[in-house]
Design a protein around this ligand. Structure first.
Ligand SMILES: CC(C)(COP(=O)(O)OP(=O)(O)OC[C@H]1O[C@@H](n2cnc3c(N)ncnc32)[C@H](O)[C@@H]1OP(=O)(O)O)[C@@H](O)C(=O)NCCC(=O)NCCS
Length: 189
């Protein structure tokens, strides 16, 4: 779906549109971030409750560096997944991903849909691997990544901090894009 838009449905039948973020999404993205709890915002490296941060992102979109994929229900952003790339060096074939889904739309296959799109986009962009860092206790995130072809690779104990200042274990999951696509192709034959 390279830079296109895709219509899909959640498990309960809710129609959802997935597409890369554009600068006109600023307001909707800001509202989405404001609706998230402190706990959910821990996954985002910037203070997205600051309007200026979201404006700066929207005005300076650079898909080569960060490709944000948004999910819309009734024209409002309800989930955001990003694919981060570095242009040079030994990680140039790796995309790092993160995904946040509004609590109202969780457990309906949204993260799975978005991760499947990111794997497809990663493939189209010529990436070889996608990398995800997931709290070890986040069953939904681990299952969504598994659904999209990621496998568990390592656990780093007590690596990150949650909103309550407690250290959490992080699970590294990697999707080997090339072999994942090969496998799907061979299953069809
Ligand atoms: C993790 C997160 C992205 C999952 O989003 P989601 O849209 O609920 O995910 P999905 O519905 O695709 O869930 C995948 C599977 O896990 C199940 N699942 C989801 N949440 C679950 C939970 N809390 N407990 C048990 N199972 C859960 C789903 O039913 C689904 O099952 P299936 O494989 O049988 O279809 C969402 O909970 C979130 O935004 N969490 C905070 C951010 C985060 O943890 N990000 C991960 C770091 S990248």
């Amino acid at each position: 779906m390279m830079f296109g838009s895709k219509e899909s449905k959640l498990k309960d039948g809710t129609p959802v549109t997935l597409r890369p973020m554009v600068k006109e999404d600023e307001e909707s993205l800001y509202r989405f971030f404001l609706s998230l709890s402190d706990e959910l915002l821990m996954f985002i490296r910037h203070n997205v409750r600051d309007r200026k941060v979201v404006r700066e992102w929207s005005q300076n979109l650079d898909y080569e560096r960060v490709l944000p994929l948004v999910a819309l229900v009734d024209g409002e952003i309800v989930a955001d997944a990003t694919l981060h790339r570095v242009p040079h060096g030994w990680k140039r074939h790796i995309g790092r991903i993160r995904v946040v889904v509004s609590p109202r739309y969780q457990n309906q296959g949204m993260a799975t849909l978005m991760l499947n799109e990111l794997v497809e986009l990663g493939h189209e962009l010529g990436l070889e691997k996608l990398w995800a860092e997931i709290p070890l206790d986040s069953v939904g995130a681990i299952r969504a990544c598994r659904n999209a072809g990621f496998a568990c690779k390592a656990v780093i104990e007590e690596l990150v901090k949650n909103a309550q200042n407690q250290n959490l274990d992080i699970l590294i999951m990697v999707c080997d894009i090339a072999s994942y696509f090969d496998r799907r192709w061979s299953q069809k034959t």
